[in-house]
Ligand binder design. Structure first.
Ligand code: MG
Length: 205
């Protein structure tokens, strides 16, 4: 039995709304904010450095943002890429186990669970006390999957957080080339280590 495990941001979910909202609340024009994000992605730097660049502490910022804008908060059904839900459903229907396991916060994870997605489990790094790219995250994933590492396919948009640590733990790994990380990382030499580089989740079928 093959277990398909999915990253969230830019693998299943289009984060455009989220990042534009960040730009708005940081008080920077969207092009400026996303341009700096892009340069930091290319340098392999942490996303939080973008906030620091504009003099904002991310943790404090996010806590305030949640408090001020609860109605726009979290992940909405409309945020999913058009191929995401049909692919999850098709994999389930074909008899595979399907997990969602990413670095989303517990709060974002609760949003995903509320959407009643066609998957077996929705888990997050904050729940496990272990975020990607740590091996501990993938050890927890292995335990949840309840099968051999070689039977698990991890699908993500980042070479550094998804592909390389999954391969190091013996999982199979598929890189999706979309979103800013996917487009930048798919040009990195290590992208060739992924079992496949795909442009749409439908390629998994
Ligand atoms: Mg991602």
């Amino acid at each position: 039995m093959v277990v398909y495990a999915f990253d969230v941001g830019e693998t299943l979910v289009d984060e455009s709304r989220l990042w534009l909202r960040y730009a708005h609340y940081v008080g920077v024009p969207p092009l400026t904010f996303l341009g700096v994000l892009g340069s930091y992605i290319a340098e392999g730097r942490d996303d939080r450095d973008v906030f620091a660049h504009f003099g904002v502490d991310f943790d404090r910022f996010e806590a305030n943002l949640t408090w001020r804008n609860r109605s726009e908060d979290g992940i909405l059904a409309d945020d999913f890429y058009p191929d995401a839900l049909p692919t999850l459903k098709a994999l389930k229907s074909a008899g595979h186990r399907v997990l969602i396991a990413g670095n989303q916060s517990k709060r974002m994870n609760a949003c995903l669970e509320a959407l009643d997605l066609p998957v077996d489990k929705v888990r997050c790094g904050e729940q496990w006390g272990a975020k990607k790219p740590t091996h501990r995250f993938f050890q927890r994933l292995l335990r949840e999957a309840g099968t051999d590492a070689g039977e698990i396919v991890y699908i993500g948009d980042r070479v550094d957080h998804d592909i390389l640590p999954a391969l190091e733990m013996g999982l199979r790994a598929v890189l999706i080339r979309r979103g800013p990380w996917g487009h930048v990382h798919s040009a990195w030499p290590d992208a060739a280590r992924a079992g496949a580089v795909i442009g749409s989740l439908r390629a998994l079928l």
